[in-house]
Ligand binder design. Sequence first.
Ligand code: AMP
Ligand code: MG
Length: 355
Amino acid sequence: MTRTSPWRIPLLAIGLLSMLLACSPEPGTYHHRFLAFGTLMDLTIAGVPEDRASAAGKALEDDFSVMHAVWHAWTPGPLTRTNSLLAEGRTFSAPPSVLPLVALSKRLAEQSDNLFNPAIGRLIRLWGFQSDEPTRSRPPPDAELIRQEVAKRPRMSDITIDDYRLKSSNPAVQLDFGAIGKGYGIDLGIAHLRELGIDNAIINAGGDLRAIGRNGDRPWRIAIRGADGEGVLGYLETTGDESVFTSGDYERGFTWEGRHYHHIIDPRTGYPAQGTRSVTVVSTDAATADAAATALFVAGPAQWPRIAARMGITQVLLVDSAGVLHMTPAMQQRLHLLDADGADIVITPASASTP
Ligand code: AMP
Ligand code: MG
């Protein structure tokens, strides 16, 4: 890594979250907002008459309400049924809503050296992050219970897919799609928009988004801002098809005896991953960006370039726990930083970040 210390930017970033820059919308830009995945979804459509945009907005709202229900980790439904059958070690026909996510997650888990590991649902439940009240103050789980769960080594590779049938060779495997479901859902949403003839749009789920086409005769402008909401760190412009996803330690978590425990678990230790505040990833499809942001958060400042290369991710911005920014050259080339006084930036050489 090369350290370019004269580059300094503000220490706004306790964690980062991407959002649309507050710029006045182009004429003909249509917005539709609704709740899904526990977050405010913001659909922006440009370049089509309002009645078509409005019909597309309603169609997507329906899609997301179905996805929210079928991938819910603890409300009874297809995923909880899948988890019961995986724990029993039986061969069973997978619910159609679950099967593609299992297949995709197996590949991304393998590419990330299991740092993205949606098979650790039991650990996530032990930490209380499978709950409607994940921020309630409480003690962390018993260290021995965490140790026991880690020792069971649940992995996506424990699941075999035979056509439409699934089977787990490890009874400790429990699926939690919290780190990929939003991304995969956005990919399905973009595919649906395209089928409706909409080629210029953004689906934004609380700051994680995929943007296609452009905003009239301008690019879409995507801001990267400080998680405290007190400033924009920088922005990206996009005119093609790109997803921007951020995983941050500020998103979910609780505080106990002065210590903050966040929701991104290192599957190797069973504890919240250390050393990172946030990771922003740009990639074409949203599912990969979502899973990669989580994996690189767990990988941390020392290991993220290796995991990014394995996952085929070339655009990364990582803020470590000291506030230092680490970037791939491809990210550095396009990220417009808005202030020039603050934390050190570390640029990772292309050789380490290009697959
Ligand atoms: P994200 O905000 O996309 O980084 O996803 C975090 C969510 O994914 C958490 O709330 C958990 O439900 C789940 N999760 C936590 N740690 C991991 C991990 N290492 N691999 C996969 N999923 C995880
Ligand atoms: Mg994620």
